[in-house]
Ligand binder design. Structure first.
Ligand code: NAP
Ligand code: ZN
Ligand code: ZN
Length: 348
């Protein structure tokens, strides 16, 4: 079992510091991956700060992993040494429940093994994420990264990309639909690109007016500054679908009011509990839904879709030594639009 350099938080809210973990040698079905890039998701920050109340330490975050296959086990069929691959938010699941059987492993009734701050399916071995040099994963949970997408720009697709693609597909967003995206961050900027590519007319709802130009450049048709007086009344009932990616508390009643009759708003952001009024739904038979990441098959479909349409994340590449500063900047909304760690810097 090789010793592997990583970065970890020793306790809730602690700075991330150099740390050593161990990874297993590949078993028959495993792929050992040299991690080259890892995206920085806001979920990493929520968990390092123990904002979801289930954090275990030491924690090595990171679930937007892109790299190259280093070694494969004897029975691995789909990958060989040197292949460009990715790992997203989970590394295993029960494989037997109804959700796993239909390829929705993220909803595994036994609980998937999340890439970090979780346990392998033995429920004993802690998982460590992508802020590290190597990872060993069963081939079923490894994604193929199409050659045309640069690996550093592909990394954020493994969480931000699939988290947006899955609800857009599940709720049947189609050409001509008017789609609202709340929050222009890592998830939000991918939502704009993906929804636009599906033919939707995209409106960005942001509390950062300085992002207007970027929103339009990314493909949005309109930009609404949520802080401007009267905007929610002005645009009431205009949207067919909303993806709410905001990481902080905000009014669901205001954004629900933008939906037409029978339309759906999907929450993917996980801020503190946010109350809302039942009348926001009842009066127009609106729906409020949630969605978490996506299954392996759909994640591969999303990567292939991105390759076909020349989509990838807008990133700022950083050395691992800048991670604590990067967290502060994400919290301030000061990232355009995803930090990606250059894992080669771990050796420096
Ligand atoms: P991010 O890059 O920090 O973007 C979040 C955006 O939310 C910010 O850029 C900001 O956009 C907006 N925002 C922040 N605070 C706000 C507030 N108080 N009110 C309104 N808007 C606010 O974060 P991310 O990585 O995209 O993740 C977004 C959320 O989704 C996080 O809570 C994360 O944990 C969650 N997440 C969920 C899943 C899932 O599967 N469901 C997957 C990944 C992440 P503006 O400046 O444009 O307002
Ligand atoms: Zn994530
Ligand atoms: Zn399962």
């Amino acid at each position: 079992m090789p010793n592997v350099p990583a970065y970890a938080a020793a306790r809730a809210k602690a700075s991330l510091k150099p740390f050593t973990i161990r990874r297993r040698e590949p078993g028959a079905h495993d792929v050992m991956i040299q991690i080259l890039y890892c995206g920085v998701c806001h979920s990493d920050i929520h968990q390092v700060r123990d904002e979801w109340g289930n954090a275990a330490f030491p924690m090595v975050p990171g679930h937007e992993i892109a790299g190259k296959v280093l070694k494969v086990g004897g029975r691995v069929k789909r990958f060989k040494t040197g292949d460009a691959v990715g790992v997203g938010c989970f590394v295993d699941s029960c494989r037997k429940c109804e959700a796993c059987k239909v390829g929705e492993e993220q909803y595994c009734s036994e609980g998937p093994s999340f890439t970090y701050n979780s346990f392998e399916q033995d429920r004993k071995t802690p998982t460590f994420g992508g802020y590290s040099a190597l990872i060993t994963v069963d081939e079923h949970y490894v994604l193929r990264i199409p050659k045309s997408i640069p690996l550093e720009k592909a990394a954020p697709l493994l969480c931000a990309g699939i988290t947006m693609y899955s609800p857009l597909r599940h709720f049947g967003v189609k050409s001509g639909d008017r789609v609202g995206v709340v929050g222009l961050g890592g998830l939000g900027h991918m939502a704009v690109k993906l929804a636009k590519t599906l033919g939707a007319e995209v409106t960005v709802l942001s509390h950062s007016p300085e992002k207007r130009k970027d929103a339009l450049r990314l493909g949005a048709h309109a930009f609404i500054n949520m802080r401007s007086a009267g905007v929610f009344e002005k645009h009431a009932g205009q949207l067919d679908f909303i993806l709410d990616t905001a990481s902080g508390q905000h009014s669901y009643d205001s954004t629900l009011g933008l939906l037409r009759r029978d339309a759906t708003m999907v929450l993917v952001g996980l801020p503190d509990p946010t109350p809302f009024s039942a009348s926001s739904l009842i009066m127009k038979r609106r729906r409020l839904a949630g969605s978490v990441i996506g299954g392996i098959r759909e994640t591969q479909e999303m990567l292939d879709f991105c390759a076909k349409h020349k989509l990838a994340a807008d990133i700022e590449l950083i050395p691992i030594q800048a991670i604590n500063e990067a967290y502060k900047r994400v919290i301030k909304g000061d990232v355009r639009y995803r930090f990606v760690i250059d894992i080669a810097s771990l050796a420096g």
